[in-house]
Design a protein around this ligand. Sequence first.
Ligand code: COA
Length: 159
Amino acid sequence: MTDQTITVSDLRDAPHFFEPVADRIWRAWWEPNGFPLEHIAELLQESLSADAEQLCLVAHAGDRFVGTASVIASDLEERPDLTPWVAAVWIDPPFRGAGIGGDIVLKAAHAALDKGAEAVHLCALTGKRSFYERLGWRLDERDVGEDRLDVFSMRRAEK
Ligand SMILES: CC(C)(COP(=O)(O)OP(=O)(O)OC[C@H]1O[C@@H](n2cnc3c(N)ncnc32)[C@H](O)[C@@H]1OP(=O)(O)O)[C@@H](O)C(=O)NCCC(=O)NCCS
């Protein structure tokens, strides 16, 4: 960790972080499944348009990339009826364990609820259950899909 202040910005207001955001999301979730970087770059582009429902937040210490979280329309093939989702939550290793991940997850969830959603959803491997429950996410379902994911929600009243 550094002692620099961490700021969380909408990627629209800090577009110079586009490359590290795309890089981390790609390496964590898309590259292992054989997708090229351009695939996620295209999806991320959608977060930059002014009227997009989709949102990408970036945490940074000055000009240094720290982490990211997104709000997207759908994240889980098995639950196409649920929307929106907080997804692609990533904090660079040197910055972990200091509350930045929890903070950016809540900021993304609150942004989705403030835009009018009754509930926002999130899916995660079971190892992250305590992390999300501590943040106030409600565990709605377990063992969903091949990866046996937990599915959580946060409602406006629970914010
Ligand atoms: C999951 C992830 C985003 C968490 O980010 P983070 O910044 O470390 O998150 P936080 O610091 O808010 O919380 C992490 C832990 O540190 C603890 N913590 C929070 N603030 C703390 C502080 N000030 N001092 C010490 N520990 C603290 C939390 O209690 C939490 O403990 P837990 O692991 O037992 O749940 C990060 O580990 C990551 O990017 N992992 C790889 C990608 C990933 O798994 N993403 C989630 C997909 S669902």
